[in-house]
Design a protein around this ligand. Structure first.
Ligand SMILES: [Zn+2]
Ligand SMILES: [Zn+2]
Length: 311
C-alpha cells in the first residue's frame, strides 16, 4: 500500500506540474499580448544589438507573427513560443528585413513537428515567394519526407495574397484589417490592425508620414509605429558610399518622430510604441532622443521599444 500511495501522489504532482506552465503563461495576463521580437529597421545584421523586424501578437495564447526579419525563429523561442505552435503569419511588405525569414521560420516550425496548418497573409508576391522557397529547399524537403516519415510541408501552408486594403482575416478571437501605407518605391506596403475582444493593436509597417493612418489607428489601445531619427541618419550615411541615394530613400520612405507624434495624437491611441528604429544600430541615440520629437505632439505614454519587450 505505501508504494501505491507514493505512486498516486507522484501521479498527482505530475499532472499538476504538467498544468502549471500553461497556467503560468495565462495567469494575470491580458488575453491579447504584444511582444516586440525585433526592433531594428533595415536589412544589415550586426554582431550585437537589436534584432530585425518582427512583432508577435498573442491572442488567447495563439501566435500571430507580423513580419519575419532575420532571426525571427530564435526570437519566437526567446519569447516562449514553441515553433510548432506557429499558426498565423502576416507580411507588411516585401523588403527583406520583413520577409527574409518567412520561409525558414515555416521550415523550422515544420521540422519541429508542425501540428496544424499555417495561414500566411501578405501583399502580392507572397505566393511566388513561398513556392520559390520550397524550390530552394526541394532536395532537403523531398529527402526528409520519405526518409523521416514527415508530412509534405507544401500542403501545410495556405497563402492568402491581397493587393488592396480591407479585412484580411477574421476568426472568433480577432479581426485583422490592412491599410495601404506609403513606402516608395514599394507600392504594396501595409499597416495591420488587430481588433481582439479586449484590445486593439495597430502595426504601422514601414511608411512615410501618411496622415490618414491616424483614421485607421483611431482609438487603438496600442500603436506600434516605425521611426527614423534624422541626426542618426545623417551620421549613418556619412560613412557609406551610397550616401546620397540612401538618404533620399530613407527620407521618402520612413517617418520622423514629430510625424509619429502627430499620427498618435490624431488617432488618440492609448499607448504608442516606437519600433523599427532607423538607424537601429547606433547605440549613441538615447531613448530620450528617440521620443523627444514625438512628445511635442503626443501627450500619452510613449514606449521606446526593445527586443522581447511585452506591451
Ligand atoms: Zn523595414
Ligand atoms: Zn521597408
Amino acid at each position: 500500500m505505501p508504494s501505491r500511495r507514493i505512486f498516486l501522489a507522484g501521479a498527482a504532482s505530475l499532472s499538476l506540474s504538467a498544468l502549471l506552465p500553461r497556467l503560468a503563461i495565462s495567469q494575470g495576463r491580458k488575453p491579447t499580448r504584444v511582444i516586440l521580437l525585433g526592433t531594428k529597421g533595415g536589412p544589415r545584421i550586426g554582431a550585437s544589438g537589436r534584432s530585425s523586424p518582427s512583432t508577435l501578437i498573442l491572442v488567447n495564447d495563439v501566435p500571430y507573427v507580423v513580419d519575419c526579419g532575420y532571426g525571427t525563429s530564435r526570437q519566437l523561442l526567446a519569447a516562449g513560443v514553441p515553433l510548432n505552435q506557429l499558426r498565423y503569419v502576416f507580411i507588411t511588405h516585401h523588403h527583406s528585413d520583413h520577409n527574409i525569414e518567412y520561409g525558414p521560420m515555416f521550415y523550422n516550425a515544420w521540422i519541429t513537428g508542425l501540428p496544424i496548418q499555417v495561414d500566411a497573409y501578405g501583399p502580392v508576391g507572397l505566393r511566388r515567394m513561398t513556392e520559390d522557397f520550397f524550390s530552394y529547399l526541394k532536395f532537403d524537403i523531398e529527402t526528409r519526407i520519405p526518409d523521416e516519415g514527415r508530412q509534405d510541408p507544401r500542403k501545410l501552408i495556405l497563402v492568402h495574397e491581397f493587393n488592396r486594403p480591407g479585412v484580411v482575416m477574421q476568426n472568433d478571437n480577432v479581426r485583422v484589417s490592412s491599410f495601404l501605407v506609403r513606402h516608395p518605391p514599394i507600392r504594396q506596403s501595409y499597416a495591420y490592425r488587430f481588433d481582439a475582444k479586449d484590445r486593439s493593436v495597430v502595426i504601422s509597417g514601414d511608411t512615410a508620414y501618411v496622415p490618414e493612418l491616424a483614421e485607421f489607428a483611431k482609438g487603438a489601445d496600442v500603436l506600434v509605429h516605425e521611426v527614423m531619427y534624422l541626426p542618426g541618419v545623417e551620421a549613418l550615411v556619412k560613412r557609406l558610399p551610397n550616401a546620397k541615394r540612401l538618404r533620399e530613400h530613407l527620407m521618402t520612405a520612413h517617418t520622423l518622430p514629430e510625424d509619429v507624434g502627430r499620427i498618435a495624437e490624431r488617432a488618440g491611441v492609448k499607448t504608442l510604441v516606437l519600433s523599427h528604429f532607423v538607424p537601429g544600430d547606433d547605440p549613441s541615440i538615447t531613448d530620450e532622443q528617440w521620443s523627444e520629437g514625438v512628445r511635442k505632439h503626443f501627450k500619452g505614454p510613449i514606449i521606446v521599444g526593445k527586443d522581447l519587450m511585452e506591451i
